[in-house]
Design a protein around this ligand. Structure first.
Ligand code: NAD
Length: 272
C-alpha cells in the first residue's frame, strides 16, 4: 500500500456505514487526516471512536443541505485552509415501481444522491483549488450504466452522477484547474443500502434479502479498489466481478442487456 495519503486532508461523506466507513478506515490507516460526515449521528460517532486520532474533524451533516455544506466549508477553511480529497459517497436507495413512488420520495433520492454531489463539489471547489492537487471522488454505481425495474429514482440519480463527473472532469481540465475527478461504479457491495431503502410500494417484496444474496463484494474490498483507483487516478473505477460483467454486457447489448442482467441479478425471480 502506498503512503501517498499520509497527512492528506480527506473529506468522506456517509462515513458512518458501509463503503464510506471502510474507506475511512483504510485511508486513516494510511495516515490521512480525515474529515468525516454523515446524517446518522450514532453511526458517525461509532466510526470516529474506532478511528480515533485519524479523524481530524467530524460533523453530522445532510449532503442535500446547502447550508450544511457551507458550514462545513467554513470549518475546513478555518482549520486547514484547504482540502486534498473530497469523497462524495453518501447515498440512499428506494424501491418501487415509478407510479407507486411519490414525487416526494423521487426528489428525496435525487436530492441526496445527485444534488448532494453537485452541491458538495461546488462548495468544496475553492478549498480543493488551494491543495497541491485536488481530487474529487464521486461514488456512482453500475446502476448508472444499466437499469433494473423498481429503481427509477436511484437510476436517474446515478446516471446523472456519472454524466456530471465526466463533464466536470473536462471542465477542470479545460479551465486548467488543479483538480482530478474520478467516478466510482460499484457492483453489489454488502452494506446497509438495501436494508435502509425507502419504499411506498403496496406489494411487499424482499428487496433487502434479494440484495443480500446477490451482493458479492465486502465494503473492505471495495475500499481497497477505490484507494487504488484514487492512487492511479483512474477515471472509471469498477468494483467487483459483477460490475466488470455489466460493463462488457452493456457494450455488447446496449439496448437489450436487461434480458441477461435481470436473469443474472435474480430480478425476474424477485418480481415473479
Ligand atoms: P450504506 O447505507 O451502508 O451507507 C450510506 C451512508 O450514507 C449511511 O451512513 C447513511 O447514513 C449516509 N447518508 C444517507 N443519506 C445521507 C444524507 N442525506 N446526508 C449524509 N449522509 C447520508 O450504503 P453504501 O452501500 O455504503 O453506500 C455508499 C455509496 O455507494 C452510495 O452512494 C451508494 O449509492 C453507492 N453504491 C452502493 C452499492 C452497494 O451495492 N452497496 C452499489 C453501488 C453504489
Amino acid at each position: 500500500m502506498s503512503s501517498l495519503w499520509k497527512d492528506k486532508v480527506i473529506l468522506i461523506t456517509g462515513a458512518g456505514s458501509g463503503i464510506g466507513q471502510a474507506l475511512a478506515t483504510l485511508l486513516g490507516g494510511l495516515g490521512a487526516k480525515l474529515i468525516l460526515t454523515d446524517i446518522n449521528k450514532q453511526n458517525l460517532a461509532d466510526t470516529c471512536k474506532a478511528l480515533e486520532s485519524a479523524v481530524q474533524y467530524s460533523k453530522v451533516a445532510d449532503v442535500s443541505s446547502r447550508s450544511d455544506w457551507q458550514a462545513l466549508a467554513a470549518d475546513i477553511d478555518r482549520n486547514t485552509g484547504y482540502l486534498d480529497v473530497l469523497v462524495n459517497n453518501a447515498g440512499m436507495s428506494s424501491f418501487g415501481f415509478f407510479d407507486e413512488t411519490s414525487e416526494h420520495l423521487f426528489n428525496k433520492v435525487l436530492n441526496v444522491n445527485l444534488h448532494g454531489v453537485v452541491i458538495g463539489c461546488r462548495e468544496m471547489l475553492p478549498l480543493l483549488e488551494k491543495a497541491k492537487r485536488g481530487l474529487i471522488v464521486n461514488v456512482a454505481s453500475i446502476f448508472g450504466l444499466i437499469t433494473m425495474p423498481m429503481m427509477t429514482p436511484y437510476h436517474t440519480s446515478k446516471f446523472a452522477v456519472r454524466g456530471f463527473s465526466e463533464a466536470l472532469k473536462q471542465d477542470m481540465l479545460y479551465a486548467k484547474k488543479n483538480i482530478d475527478v474520478i467516478c466510482v461504479m460499484p457492483g453489489g457491495i454488502k452494506t446497509n443500502i438495501a436494508k435502509c431503502a425507502e419504499t411506498e410500494a403496496t406489494q411487499k417484496r424482499d428487496f433487502a434479502g434479494h440484495f443480500a444474496q446477490h451482493a458479492l463484494t465486502s465494503p473492505e474490498q471495495a475500499a481497497k479498489v477505490i484507494e487504488k483507483g484514487m492512487r492511479k487516478n483512474r477515471f472509471r473505477v469498477l468494483i467487483g466481478i459483477d460490475a466488470r460483467i455489466v460493463d462488457v454486457l452493456y457494450k455488447l447489448l446496449p439496448t437489450n442487456y436487461y434480458k441477461v442482467s435481470n436473469t443474472l441479478m435474480g430480478v425476474n425471480k424477485l418480481l415473479r
